[in-house]
Write a protein that binds this ligand. Structure first.
Ligand code: PLP
Length: 388
């Protein structure tokens, strides 16, 4: 198999597995316990918190462990609303291309009268920072704009957006789940107040993630109980996963520049070969302002889901890019917001790389793509339109 769906999830790094194992059957103490077992588990969590903080330039007491990206996003949105003290109706600004883990909570807030502004994007999927300034009003409690888009890979001008938010004293959250480990991120330089991370996108285990909350930002806890995580998230900590996530962050930090150049070479090779070998292919997302472990293409006259099935038959794992479409059968809201028509949306394919992918796998993938795209086009309803 050639796995090119690393934006959906990644293999757990062998060093991460090694680091996690003792916390299942040797160091299995409850971190709240006073005895040695408890102290060792507590220490392991402290170490992991430092490793996560170091990857994004935060302080370790600004890191809250969560069950993953979805919970991090829900926690910040809900937690800021609950602690805002703003007169009703409160207002949140976000974009029309966010992940469902931001959009669905926002839809839910609208049902109880909270106002949400969904900013449009240009054809590359970029938000215009001026539109943020124009949308802020006296009820605005939070701006939440994703860092890198999970479908097309476009990066938003987060630093520029944070300067606007600072001017109006509105906290800024960014869902950086696809950006962490793919580009250098420093929360202090960026000036963000909150940032979401997910472990399973960076070769850590699933079901664990973190929310960076800048010191001084008040966020009401969502889960009440024994007061773990400094009262921010009660419940006995998932020690083994926290340890694994910490190690994954350490590796991501150490290998960041190697990984970035590796992704660049895979990306360039795939793009050059595909556009040379196959006609009527279009690159989606911004050509430069992007994460390079993601390449999103439209093959005109082809149905993306048929393409994925054919690729799978040849041992290549790919995606259309929107995990939610699998559950809802809806056309991608991201591509729609970028102004794509039905044909461009249905013909799209996302290939996303991990550190283990090789240039040889890229060459094999292009050969298979050439074959399966041609097969699908031979029976395409657009056959005459494009003279396939
Ligand atoms: C941009 C973005 N936000 C949020 C999530 C959800 O993260 P998790 O799977 O850790 O809940 C994902 C996962 O695909 C994502 O890509």
């Amino acid at each position: 198999m050639i796995y090119l769906d690393n934006a959906a999830s990644t293999a757990v790094h062998p060093d991460v597995v090694k680091e996690m194992l003792p916390y299942f059957d040797v160091q299995y103490g409850n971190p709240s316990s006073i005895h040695q077992f408890g102290r060792k588990a507590r220490k392991a969590i402290q170490k992991a918190r430092k490793q996560v903080a170091a990857l994004i330039g935060a302080e370790s007491n600004e890191i809250l462990f969560t069950s993953g990206g979805t919970e991090s996003n829900n926690t910040i949105l809900d937690g800021v609303l609950k602690s805002s003290g703003e007169p009703d109706p409160e207002h949140i600004i976000t974009s029309s291309i966010e992940h469902e883990a931001v959009l669905q909570p926002c839809k839910d807030f609208e049902n109880v009268g909270i106002k949400i502004t969904y900013l449009p994007v240009d054809e590359h999927g970029i938000v215009n920072p001026d539109e943020i300034a124009n949308s802020i009003n006296s009820h605005t409690v939070l701006v939440s704009i994703m860092f890198a888009n999970n479908e097309v890979g476009t990066i938003q001008p987060i630093k520029e957006i944070s300067e606007i938010c600072k001017k109006y004293q509105i906290p800024l959250h960014t869902d950086a789940i696809q950006a962490v480990g793919k580009i250098p991120i420093n929360v202090k330089d960026l000036g963000v107040d909150a940032l979401s991370i997910s472990s399973h996108k960076i070769n850590g285990p699933k079901g664990i993630g973190a929310l960076f909350i800048k010191k001084g930002l008040t966020v009401t806890p969502q889960i009440l109980g024994g007061g773990q995580e400094n009262g921010m998230r009660s419940g006995t900590e998932n020690v083994a996963s926290i340890v694994g996530f910490g190690k994954a962050c350490e590796i991501a930090k150490d290998k960041l520049s190697d990984n970035i150049s590796h992704f660049h070479s895979l990306y360039s090779s795939l793009l050059t070969k595909t556009t040379k070998e196959i006609t009527h292919v279009k690159l989606n997302g911004h050509p430069e302002k992007r994460i390079f472990n993601n390449i999103h293409l439209t093959f005109l006259g082809v149905n993306g889901e048929d393409l994925i099935i054919k690729l799978d038959e040849h041992g290549i794992a790919a995606s259309t890019g929107s995990a939610c479409s699998v559950h809802t059968q809806k056309a991608s809201h991201v591509l729609k917001a970028m102004g794509f028509n039905h044909e461009q949306i249905t013909g799209s394919l996302r290939l996303s790389f991990g550190y283990m992918n090789t240039l040889d796998e890229i060459s094999q993938t292009v050969e298979v793509l050439k074959k399966v795209v041609s097969e699908l086009r031979s029976v395409s309803p657009y056959k005459t339109k494009y003279n396939f």
